[in-house]
Design a protein around this ligand. Structure first.
Ligand code: TRP
Length: 337
């Protein structure tokens, strides 16, 4: 336990979990639990940077916790960010070690501020949206994480995290914060079944994602109507829709079916209906297992809540220790207890 390297990752509570979230991140979280000392956060402080409703947020947090546990993430690795308020405290300190210009240059800030201008009636953009990556840096550095499993879209935020750690360490004259590294693993890109040129995501609407916990009939229907050929693919190249089906089939662990169907593809005998049936079978099998586990967890919500509160308190001790040390070095006052 002691000499395992630490992995840290977080996810925002935004409602339904889909196969893109699962194959693209959460499946990896489950796998990493063996080899690393893992800490995984449900980050509700991040979720309030965009307009939201309190009731929905609270529901989403617990839904996500249950969904994560249903997929195999162990409760002892999980915490809820607002139960560890030191994240916000460290984030303030880090704000002072990060330049304003650097934050305005973040791609995600530019995208999201544009998006919120387009979707909301007023043009309110919270400062939280700007300083969001600073809170993310606190999430990572507060646990002295060695590795952060990241998708491409988060690399820029991890770079900023490293900059903040460097600036703090340098200005305070002490190598206090561990420099986190990205943990790059082979992760399939899961696209929308309705538009295979865009990522599977909830923000685009219901037909653009397949809920991980959906009923069998719904999954089959969505796969059956998935876009295959759009007529725009150059000769000899696999169309994005077919590629997406193959990649979901492979990710679902149906190796034999995958090998045989890919061989059919290469000799020109592939029938899309066979590819779709196999892919749907793969997804349905996963979904069935997870749905059963979710039912069990839902039957005892109280136990789940108690477990997560306890694990958050355990994880909080590590956060408190780091923040205490950082305040000491930074010339701030610590409450003695
Ligand atoms: N920003 C990440 C996302 O939108 C979520 C996140 C918050 C995160 N804090 C983190 C990811 C720390 C990794 C590490 O997906």
């Amino acid at each position: 336990m002691e000499n395992k390297k630490r992995v840290l990752s977080c996810i925002q509570p935004t409602g339904d979990m889909h196969f893109g979230n699962y194959f693209g991140a959460v499946k990896n979280w489950v796998a990493l639990q063996e080899q690393y000392d893992c800490i995984y956060g449900v980050v509700d402080y991040h979720a309030i940077t965009m307009p939201y409703t309190p009731k929905k947020l609270r529901e989403n947090v617990w839904d996500l916790v249950i969904n994560l546990m249903a997929t195999g993430v162990e409760a002892k690795h999980l915490f809820i960010q607002s139960l560890v308020p030191e994240h916000a405290e460290l984030s303030w300190i880090f704000n002072c070690f990060c330049s304003y210009g650097q934050l305005t240059r973040m791609t995600q800030f530019k995208d999201k501020s544009l998006q919120s201008k387009e979707t909301s009636s007023d043009d309110f953009i919270s400062s939280g949206l700007l300083t969001y990556p600073v809170l993310q840096a606190a999430d990572i550095l507060i646990y002295q994480a060695d590795y952060v499993p990241v998708g491409k879209d988060q690399i820029q935020h991890l770079e900023l995290t490293r900059n903040i750690a460097q600036r703090f360490n340098h200005q305070m004259g002490k190598e206090y914060f561990t420099m986190p590294e990205p943990l790059l693993t082979q992760i399939p890109k899961v696209m929308s079944p309705a538009d295979p040129n865009r990522k599977m995501s909830k923000s685009a609407g219901e037909k653009h994602y397949i809920n991980l916990f959906a009923e069998e009939s719904r999954i089959r229907k969505q796969i059956r109507s998935a876009v295959t050929d759009t007529g725009e693919t150059p000769e000899g190249k696999m169309s994005p829709g077919v590629e997406n089906l193959f990649s979901m089939l492979q990710a679902s662990g149906k190796k034999e079916e995958y090998d045989s169907l890919i061989a059919d593809y290469h000799n020109g005998s592939l029938k899309y209906v066979d590819l779709k049936d196999a892919t749907a079978d793969g997804l349905v099998a996963i979904s069935k297992t997870f749905r059963a586990r979710k039912e069990e967890l839902l039957a005892d919500r109280k136990a789940v809540k108690n477990q997560i509160k306890a694990s958050s308190m355990e994880i909080r001790k590590k956060a408190q220790e780091t923040v205490r040390g950082a305040k000491e070095i930074a010339g701030l006052q610590n409450i003695k207890f």
